[in-house]
Every structure is written in structure tokens, then in C-alpha cells.
Write a protein that binds this ligand. Sequence first.
Ligand code: SF4
Length: 415
Amino acid sequence: MAQLDTRAKLAILADAAKYDASCASSGTTRRTSKDGKGLGSTTGMGICHAYAPDGRCISLLKILLTNSCIFDCHYCINRKSSNVRRARFTPAEVVDLTLNFYRRNYIEGLFLSSGIIRSSNYTMEQLVEVARCLREDHDFRGYIHLKTIPDADPALVHQAGLHADRVSINVELPTVAGLTRLAPEKSAPRIEGAMLGMRSAIEDGADARKRYRSAPRFAPAGQSTQMIVGADAATDGDIIGRAAGLYDRFGLRRVYYSAFSPIPDASAVLPLQRPPLMREHRLYQSDWLMRFYAYRPDEVAQAVDPATGMLPLDIDPKLAWALRFRDRFPVDVNRAPREALLRVPGLGTKAVASILAARKWRRLRLEDVARLTVSLAKIRPFLVTADWRPVALTDKADLRAWLAPKTEQLELFAA
Ligand code: SF4
């Protein structure tokens, strides 16, 4: 490998890391250095939190330790047979970069992943060394997210949890068949075994902290995973089912969905085109329905088109569900329980909380609800207020067309 300076390595290894979506820093503990000791903070002033429209946190230094890899996963730009330029940081270089960027207030923490070099254990040792050095040698108190290598020795993975806020292990593909076909060197049972081990370690760590304040923290922001969408034949129904199983079995904080993007010199087994980005967005919305809107996974799956197994792209899954189960509407905003209000398209969790608080004092009118939503037209067929009842609107045959965003005809001769 030719000698590269740090800037050149950074250009290669930051670019190589962009395919991993699982970097949001939500859910960690409030660790700060306001007491004058240590360096960094997960919450303090002066740290710029920037979020992409899909909710991804972008204020982390997000890099790979190396983009060399002994595996040959078809969908990955860093696979062994790929023709990309390779680079590799030493653990000391990553530590230096993190501290320097942190001091300049460019970042709030580090997201570190890696291709597999030499062996899973060797790679995991290098990742752990970065986190250990930041925490123990530099008393770094910022956020650290480590990607772990499923095949590595569980003792090493445990070390990762002792230093990192969040750890993640990618399941990669939504189905076992997809994984076998596109990442033949990876094994679904080994990935799941590692996630199960991580779940018990996180739960044990949390229990120990309840009993003894001096017990070490263990991955306080939990574990997450990522699935690639559109690289195999899995439908949205398959993906929703898989995500629900992952939340249930492994206690994940987040499942991230990453639309497959075609890579240079792609393998012939991959699709030529990326799926619509809106597909990824609709999957994130379906995920929110399970996590914040009390929909059971089988209910979210009812929003998919039974003929194709896919979520509609033109309307969100909550509206798709409501249109399919119109007998559950309209919902009376002055009487309905929280669970029923959460099902009204256009009402978010904050709007529902405001409704529940306000209706203790007075009966709500349509104009009161209008102040809590961006689209009154979207919610009118689904709710009853003191001065509004939709009569036949909810049963209109063309309600879907009426509520779907209107597609705009592009002007042929527009400047
Ligand atoms: S193991 Fe990871 S880095 Fe290596 S080819 Fe597979 S997905 Fe890419």
C-alpha cells in the first residue's frame, strides 16, 4: 500500500464509511466534562448537532479504520475484489484525529467501523484500542459508536462495550437467503449469536449499575443494526417483519435502513439501479409506527400492498393503514384514548399529547386541532371534534386520490 498522508487517508476512509447509515447518537447517557475534568461531552454547549432530513446525525467523525477487507461481500465497495484505492489508519492516528476535531468543535464524537484485515480478532483489537486509548489515556467523554465484528472473540466485543456508548453489528440483508447469496462469508447465526451476547451484556451492565453505582458502564446507548434495502428481492413486508423480530429478540435501540447504492465495478448479481430513496423513507416511517405509535408489527405490515408486499411510495404507511381500516375512524378527539388518537393520519405524538392535555379543560374544535397539524385536509376524514363530523367523507371511494400528494407536471420548456 503506497504511503499516504493523513489527509489523503481521511478522504478515502471517510468516503468509504458513508455507506453505513447507523450512526445516530440518540439515547446515550449525559456524560460531561463540566466539572473541569476530562475532555468532551455528549450533551454540552458548543457541540454542533446536525441532522440530515432522514434523522441521521452528521456531527460525528465517521470513518473506517481501513477499507481493506479479506471478505468479498458483493454489495460492498470495500470487498476484496473491488478496485478501490486502499488506505489504513493506525489506532493512534484515529485517536489523534478525533481529539483534534473535537477540540475544534467539528464533531461530537466518533463513529468507527472497519474492513476486516488479517482476522476478525485482529481487526476488533484495533477498534477496541482506539476506544480504550480515547477513554483511558485521554479521558475522552464524547460519544463513541463502534461497529463490532461478529466473528471476533466475545471477550474483545465485551471490551468494545466497556468503552463505547453504542455498539452495532450489521445484519446486512433482510433475509438469510439474501445474506447467503450476497455475503457468502458471513453467517446469519453468528451475527445473531453476537447480537444476543451483546443484549445480555448490556442488560447485565444496566442491572449492575442499578445495584452498584461504581459498576462500569456498558454500551449505555445500546446496540443497533443496519439492513441494506433493495440489493436483494426482500419486500417491505419481509423487512418490517425482520426489523420487528430484531427489536424483540435483541432489544435493539434502532434498526437503520440503507437504500442500496450501485457501486463501481459492481458484481453481476446486484441490481443495476438503486431503489427509490422514498422506499427507505417509508421504511423509517414504518419503524416509527412500531416504536412510537404503538402499532404491532403485523399491523404495520397491513399497510403494504398485498399484491406486491411493498409500502406505497406516494402516501405514508400510517395513512395507508387508515385508508385500509376505515371502520376504525372517525376518532373523537374529545373522548378517544391516546392509542386511537395516535392512529389518526397527520397527528404526531406531540400533537396527541397536546390534545390530551387541552381536552381536560375544554372541548376541542377543528380549529384547535388545525393548530397542531401541518395538513388539516389530511386529518378531516378521520376525526370528530366539537364542531366537525366527516359524515360520508371517511367512506369516499376516491379518498386515497384525494389525500395523496398531487404529482406536479414538469413544464417542458421551463427555464
Ligand atoms: S466484511 Fe464488511 S467491509 Fe468487508 S466486504 Fe463485507 S461488508 Fe465490506
